[in-house]
Design a protein around this ligand. Structure first.
Ligand code: NI
Length: 164
């Protein structure tokens, strides 16, 4: 495993739509392992492939490792099946926008389907911080970052903080 360089906003690759993964090749397996290593090294809870310059629909996450409940997930071609009407606001950081925390409102509960590294199909419901995390990482696969959820004034303020 090796650590990969994490792209920083406004790298244009963070604004692109990623391609579906057709086959789980050894390269994809290696990328997933490297992404997990990179995420842990950066003290993050989620990392999407485009954040390391790989323009494919895959992300890794582990919302429990900081609380000594490691639960590494590799999600290939993830899609939301259901989203709740109830919404929740979480302070979201992003490894590609270091130092910036943005309060973002999203559906409080989501059900996601994805393919695992073993080729199996998984369906799981997520609530709380994990629900925000999967939606944040899914956004990356469509070229969306936290800034894109903010109103113009808040965005301008946070972008100014980031540049400064
Ligand atoms: Ni992010």
């Amino acid at each position: 495993m090796s650590e990969l360089e994490i792209l920083r906003w406004p790298d244009p690759r963070l604004m692109e739509t990623c391609s579906e993964i057709g086959e789980i090749t050894p390269e994809i397996e290696a990328l997933a392992a490297d992404m997990l290593a990179t995420m842990y090294a950066a003290s993050g809870r989620g990392l999407a492939a485009p954040q390391v310059g790989a323009m494919v629909r895959m992300f890794v996450m582990d919302t429990g490792w900081k609380e000594d409940k490691p639960d590494p997930l590799v999600c290939i071609n993830p899609m939301l099946m259901e989203v709740s009407e109830e919404r929740a606001t979480n302070a979201e950081g992003c490894l590609s926008i270091p130092g910036v925390s943005a309060d973002i409102s999203r559906p409080a509960q989501v059900q996601m389907v994805w393919t695992g590294l073993n080729g199996g199909r998984y369906v799981q419901s997520f609530t709380g911080f994990a629900a925000a995390c999967v939606q944040h990482e899914l956004d990356h696969l469509d070229g969306i970052v936290t800034f894109d959820h903010l109103d113009a004034d808040t965005r301008a303020q946070l972008e100014a903080e980031y540049v400064a």
